[in-house]
Design a protein around this ligand. Structure first.
Ligand code: KG4
Ligand code: ZN
Length: 341
């Protein structure tokens, strides 16, 4: 019985159709190019773009899945957290569809959905979910850096988050200081491939503190002062590559060290990683090597499902329905600041 899911919490308009843990269709219309001109996401523009693209993207997802709206078993959408005007477009469209089709509606927590994204397109979810729990989940995006202790399915606790900038924000802001286009994360990843990560030494904030929180604004400030003191450095392409590799190494070092430390302390057997920054190659490599050495199973979200997508919303909504979660009222409002507990 298929389920339609919509995701419009930030700058991706996404629709997906899932059925029994399988993604039948998954479409994302990204607004990254539009917002690049402004150096960040402009909420009003994001909402207008969602309105323009939501219906075509949804139609196409249903068409690709070969599913008529009447065949849908349920409808889901992201309820929060996110940009209020952006969230509203997807949530209200999904509620209207559920009302017209007389189907249950589920308003989904965006970060809770990220927790399940490493299972998309993997082996059968039923076996997997139990095999890989409990686990420690790292969610790293442009807006958040979260460490979550997942005890069992739909049962998790937030154990740490960033006290200032998110990891993705640190990539983007240090990239901007180096003159790279927004979002700079993928560009730093690319340039760092041919750079020396030990060329320059930057701080690893909070790496030794006995908690699960993160901080990245000090690293950004340190890059700013470094560039002020070495104004000619960016003119040399190899120096730029080395700088990218060194900044990336500092961010990745903190993420890997703190994630593995939490996993050891809480005696879990598995680590999962999702969110836009989870597509970073150095992070994937370092986590892979560290998990192998310390004998943790590692579940990385597929690159296609690292960034915001409706497939993860659908997968979680379907699990919730199967586990008899209550549907969300059709007049339920968005929750832009909904915190993960
Ligand atoms: O999850 P996401 O698509 O959107 C939200 O922020 O919710 O994450 C976007 C963030 C941006 O900060 C972007 O620079 C970063 O993910 N990012 C990367 C890479 N790809 C995307 N950061 C480092 N390396 C990458 N390959
Ligand atoms: Zn996200």
């Amino acid at each position: 019985m298929p389920l339609l899911a919509l995701e419009t919490s930030c700058d991706e308009t996404s629709a997906a159709v899932v059925d029994q843990g399988r993604v039948l269709a998954h479409l994302v219309s990204s607004q990254v190019q539009l917002h690049a001109e402004y150096g960040g996401v402009v909420p009003e523009l994001a909402a207008r773009e969602h309105l323009r693209h939501l219906l075509p993207v949804t139609r196409l997802a249903l068409q690709k899945a070969g599913v008529d709206p009447e065949q849908l078993d349920a409808v889901a959408a992201t309820r929060g957290p996110g940009l209020p005007s952006a969230l509203m477009t997807g949530l209200k469209a999904a509620q209207a569809a559920a009302f017209a089709l007389r189907r249950p509606f589920l308003g989904i927590h965006h970060h809770e959905a990220h927790l399940y994204s490493p299972w998309i397109n993997g082996p059968p979810p039923k076996a997997d979910f139990s095999r890989f729990q409990p686990n420690i989940s790292l969610i790293v995006s442009g807006g958040h850096t979260l460490l979550v202790h997942v005890c069992s399915e739909l049962n998790h606790h937030l154990i740490g988050s960033t006290v200032d900038d998110a990891a993705g924000e640190c990539f983007d802001k240090t990239g901007k200081l180096m003159g790279l286009p927004y979002p700079a994360g993928p560009e730093i990843d690319r340039l760092a491939q041919d750079g020396n990560p030990k060329a320059f030494v930057f701080p690893r904030p909070m790496i030794d503190e006995p908690n699960d929180d993160f901080s990245f604004s000090g690293l950004k400030t340190s890059v700013r002062y470094f560039l002020r003191d070495h104004p000619k450095l960016l003119q040399d392409t190899q120096c730029l590559r080395d700088l990218c590799a060194s900044i990336q190494a500092a961010i990745v070092d903190v993420l890997v060290t703190k994630t593995l430390r939490a996993a050891r302390r809480l005696c879990v057997g598995c680590i999962t990683v999702s969110g836009g920054v989870a597509s970073n190659r150095a992070l994937r490599q370092r986590l892979g090597a560290a998990c192998e050495r310390q004998r943790f199973a590692l579940m990385l979200a597929d690159k296609a499902f690292c960034t915001d997508n409706a497939a993860m919303i659908g997968i979680l909504a379907e699990r919730k329905l199967r586990l008899h979660s209550e549907p969300t009222p059709l007049d339920a409002d968005i929750l832009p600041s909904w915190a993960l507990e």
